[in-house]
Design a protein around this ligand. Structure first.
Ligand SMILES: *[C@@H]1O[C@H](CO)[C@@H](O)[C@H](O)[C@H]1NC(C)=O
Ligand SMILES: *[C@@H]1O[C@H](CO)[C@@H](O)[C@H](O)[C@H]1NC(C)=O
Ligand SMILES: *[C@@H]1O[C@H](CO)[C@@H](O)[C@H](O)[C@H]1NC(C)=O
Ligand SMILES: *[C@@H]1O[C@H](CO)[C@@H](O)[C@H](O)[C@H]1NC(C)=O
Ligand SMILES: *[C@@H]1O[C@H](CO)[C@@H](O)[C@H](O)[C@H]1NC(C)=O
Ligand SMILES: *[C@@H]1O[C@H](CO)[C@@H](O)[C@H](O)[C@H]1NC(C)=O
Ligand SMILES: *[C@@H]1O[C@H](CO)[C@@H](O)[C@H](O)[C@H]1NC(C)=O
Ligand SMILES: *[C@@H]1O[C@H](CO)[C@@H](O)[C@H](O)[C@H]1NC(C)=O
Ligand SMILES: *[C@@H]1O[C@H](CO)[C@@H](O)[C@H](O)[C@H]1NC(C)=O
Ligand SMILES: [Zn+2]
Length: 294
């Protein structure tokens, strides 16, 4: 992407200035992130399961980089998703993170009913049919599919958990400065990082990239369940990395503020509720008729 100068931490380029820096997109009408109001989400049973290809591959992550605004992990080719009511297959290109100030100052981008989580992980996917042409995808209102996962502090006093996150965060000390990039050794997969999330339960809406140029080209999927990571590992993000060189500010509060609401869809709870009602009616009927199992 061709990024104009922008930042999170200086008054001259923080997110209050983005709609001036890139007025044609960052001041658009379907900007991300948003607060998701769970009670207002429209039921949509087209929101089927995803198929995740190579998410179980323990060598899918090739390198990890301090971009000056986030930590970005590049995925090898062949990692992809389909299903989930997406119009076609999308290639998973990279994931990166957003955070506040450790486990105490939350910094997820999306919020749910006003709740902000400590961190948020974004997997960025591009329509496979564009054969790697990002400009074409940016000009398509559904050219990208972003998967958002909330990260919450694991309860109890555990440290270094889960092991996949200990493995991932072990590289942060190697990329403390902007531009630093190291290879990731094989040994853990995307599935290992996305532990504990029921990936059939999610919110869906049409939005944008959350960094300039804020292209309105993103189908958002925000999963309901958070990934649980121990406090010590969450804290590493806001204590290890710098925006620039070693003498610059520590990288904190790397998230965009909330944008105006959009229509949000989610799976209806009807399916399981009707099963319950049906079982309950059967039970009542059987009691009424005095049936027995013997
Ligand atoms: C961003 O910069 C503006 C001035 O441009 C300032 O008023 C505001 O407090 C800053 N916000 C943050 C979160 O730093
Ligand atoms: C953003 O859009 C609003 C209304 O759509 C307009 O009033 C405002 O001037 C725009 N801001 C910039 C910086 O273009
Ligand atoms: C589900 O998909 C069908 C076929 O594409 C479409 O006609 C229908 O409007 C969709 N339902 C919702 C709730 O979007
Ligand atoms: C992307 O596609 C456009 C339109 O077909 C073309 O002009 C451009 O050169 C392509 N870009 C790349 C990087 O292939
Ligand atoms: C961008 O998309 C519009 C339609 O949405 C199309 O008319 C235009 O040709 C596209 N531009 C490029 C460069 O592909
Ligand atoms: C966590 O550690 C504190 C202080 O060591 C202790 O009081 C507390 O019971 C521990 N909590 C759990 C869930 O282990
Ligand atoms: C963590 O990394 C080690 C060394 O690369 C690897 O053997 C192990 O499988 C990884 N475990 C998890 C859960 O990621
Ligand atoms: C990360 O830094 C440690 C300590 O300096 C070093 O031993 C290790 O080889 C580095 N790892 C990578 C992948 O560069
Ligand atoms: C990291 O460096 C490797 C080569 O050392 C390069 O192939 C890769 O594209 C770089 N990754 C990023 C995100 O810059
Ligand atoms: Zn992001």
């Amino acid at each position: 992407f061709c990024h104009p100068a922008w930042c999170y931490h200086l008054p001259s380029c923080n997110d209050t200035t983005w709609s001036t820096i890139v007025p044609q997109y960052c001041n658009g009408t379907r900007q991300s992130p948003i607060d998701i109001v769970s009670a207002s989400a429209t039921p949509n049973d087209n929101l089927s399961e995803f198929t995740f290809v190579k998410y179980d591959d323990t060598s899918s992550m090739t390198s990890i980089k301090n971009t000056g605004n986030t930590v970005k992990v590049t995925l090898k080719s062949g990692v992809k998703i389909s299903g989930g009511d997406l119009s076609e297959q999308y290639d998973s290109l990279q994931f990166h993170l957003h955070w506040g100030d450790g486990s105490s100052v939350p910094g997820s981008e999306h919020t749910v009913d006003g709740k902000r989580y400590p961190m948020e992980l974004h997997i960025v996917n591009r329509k496979s049919s564009y054969n790697g042409n990002t400009s074409l995808a940016l000009n398509d209102s559904t050219g990208f599919a972003a998967l958002g996962f909330f990260i919450e502090v694991m309860s109890g006093n555990s440290t270094g958990q889960p092991e996949s996150w200990r493995n991932l965060t072990s590289y942060l000390a190697n990329i403390t400065e902007k531009g630093q990039n190291v290879s990731i050794a094989a040994g853990f997969s995307l599935d290992d990082l996305l532990v504990g999330v029921d990936r059939t339960k999610y919110y869906r809406y049409l939005g944008s990239l959350t960094t300039p140029a804020c292209y309105e080209a993103v189908v958002w999927t925000v999963f309901k369940d958070p990934i649980k990571v121990s406090k010590d590992l969450i804290d590493l993000f806001s204590t290890t990395l710098h925006f620039n060189d070693r003498t610059s500010q520590i990288m904190k509060n790397v998230y965009r503020s909330l944008q105006p609401a959009q229509q949000v869809w989610t799976q209806s709870i009807k399916a399981s509720a009707s099963t319950t009602c049906f079982s309950l009616s059967l039970l009542l009927l059987s009691l009424a008729l005095g049936w027995s199992w013997s």
